[in-house]
Design a protein around this ligand. Structure first.
Ligand code: ADP
Ligand code: MG
Length: 399
């Protein structure tokens, strides 16, 4: 069954609670990247246009000490939202109480209010993070409708997402546009992909991605493996990997995944190696059969880029998680760039990136526009790729 989306709700003159993900990076009280606020604008603007009353809220970081009640205030994000909208955003420095309740009562259609960091409720007994039943019920009582646009926290079962959804009433919750996009693209690619589906997996650790590999093995036609995780697989094949990053305790698991994969899993044939984890150290490209004992693999090699590009060129759907190498260092970014190029060359295919560092890599390397969808969630997109039911999505009303 499909989830309700915001366009299914009648918003006029309604008090619309909207859970956004404004968990933005901050330094000295200043926002260093406002992508997440920008990403929520279409949904907020839509509510305003339709004459709803916007009551927005989000968590910001973790709240453990009294100092956090100062440092983790979400006020800077509400100010940035106001700048972006060119409109007043009334900030209420509380997560409950008379001031908040009065402000909501006085809110007019088309106006917007934001209340304090939802995790301020975590200070004593983790009411937000443990989905305290009283808290979800209270927040739900503040509005008529609930819109969840916080995909980044969809893998969490907190009061500000599932608690409110459970209490707002039958048919009164919906996904915002950002959430809808994630469900459509990641959900669609995993559950109902146009074939052939080629998955590209890389990044730091096999152990982080076991669930993703296992789920995609059942769905994908090919799985291309790069990144540091390739070396654990190469060890499973009995190869010497020198000083490369290997998870010794996952070699057996890699063996069994290779068996299960039955030829679907394609490993690199060459790698860029260096004696040091450094962009300035000497490096060379070697066959995976000739990795020197005193060197480590930091990227896939150019022959592997060709091999992977060939496979990618046949795909109608591509799901990518995990950089092919240490893309943060230009000398080891070529594999990741090569895969970006191969994806950029596809026509009429759906191409999706999930994962925090993977999304950062595509953006940093200048390929953001070449993908159908770059997921905004790190942990949430990984769990979605694992085929898990995300509580934040599951709790939204069905159409
Ligand atoms: P994501 O956040 O997209 O899920 P990961 O966190 O799993 O991705 O992995 C990203 C990290 O993996 C990057 O910081 C990158 O430098 C690192 N990495 C990729 N290849 C290697 C390698 N060969 N050796 C060491 N680190 C690597
Ligand atoms: Mg990461």
């Amino acid at each position: 069954m499909a989830k309700q989306i915001i366009t299914d709700l009648d918003l006029k003159d309604k008090k619309v609670l909207i859970r956004v993900d404004f968990n933005v990076p901050m330094k000295d009280g200043k926002i260093t990247n406002d992508n997440r606020i920008v990403a929520a604008l279409p949904t907020i603007k839509y509510i305003i246009e339709k004459g709803g009353k916007v009551i927005a809220f989000s968590h910001l970081g973790k709240v453990k000490t009294k100092e956090d009640l100062v440092n983790k205030s979400i006020k800077p994000a509400s100010e940035r939202l106001s700048e972006l909208l060119g409109k007043e955003v009334k900030f209420i420095p509380a997560t409950r109480g008379t001031e908040l309740e009065k402000a909501i009562e006085n809110l007019k259609s088309g106006e917007i209010l934001m209340f304090e960091n939802t995790r301020f409720e975590d200070l004593d007994d983790k009411k937000e993070s443990k989905n305290d039943p009283e808290l979800g019920k209270y927040w739900a009582s503040l509005g008529d409708l609930f819109v969840n646009d916080a995909f980044g926290t969809a893998h969490r079962a907190h009061a500000s997402n599932i608690g409110i959804a459970a209490n707002i009433g039958e048919g009164k919750s919906a996904a915002g546009f950002l959430m809808e996009k994630e469900i459509k693209f990641i959900g669609g690619a995993v559950d109902n992909p146009v074939k052939p589906l080629v998955a590209i997996l890389g990044g730091a650790k096999v152990s982080d991605k076991i669930g993703v590999i296992e789920n995609l093995l059942t769905k994908a036609d090919k799985i291309l493996v790069g990144g540091a995780m390739m070396f654990t697989f190469l060890r499973a094949l009995g190869k010497n990997t020198g000083k490369s990053m290997v998870e010794e305790d996952k070699i057996e698991l890699a063996k069994s995944l290779l068996e299960k994969a039955n030829g679907k899993l394609i490993l690199p044939i060459d790698t860029v190696v260096s004696k040091e984890f450094s962009n300035d150290a000497a490096h060379s490209t070697v066959s995976i059969d000739n990795i020197p004992a005193d060197e480590m693999g930091l990227d896939i090699g150019s022959d592997t880029v060709k091999l992977f590009s060939e496979e990618i060129s046949k795909a109608k759907t591509v799901i990518w998680n995990g950089p092919m190498g240490v893309f943060e260092m230009p000398n080891y970014a070529k594999g990741t760039i090569g895969v970006c190029e191969a994806i950029a060359n596809l026509e009429n295919s759906t191409t999706i990136i999930g994962g925090g560092d993977s999304a950062a890599a595509a953006i940093q390397l200048g390929y953001a526009k070449q993908f159908t969808h770059i997921s905004t969630g790190g942990g949430a997109s990984l769990e979605y790729l694992e085929g898990k039911k995300l509580p934040g999505i599951a709790s939204i009303s069905e159409k």
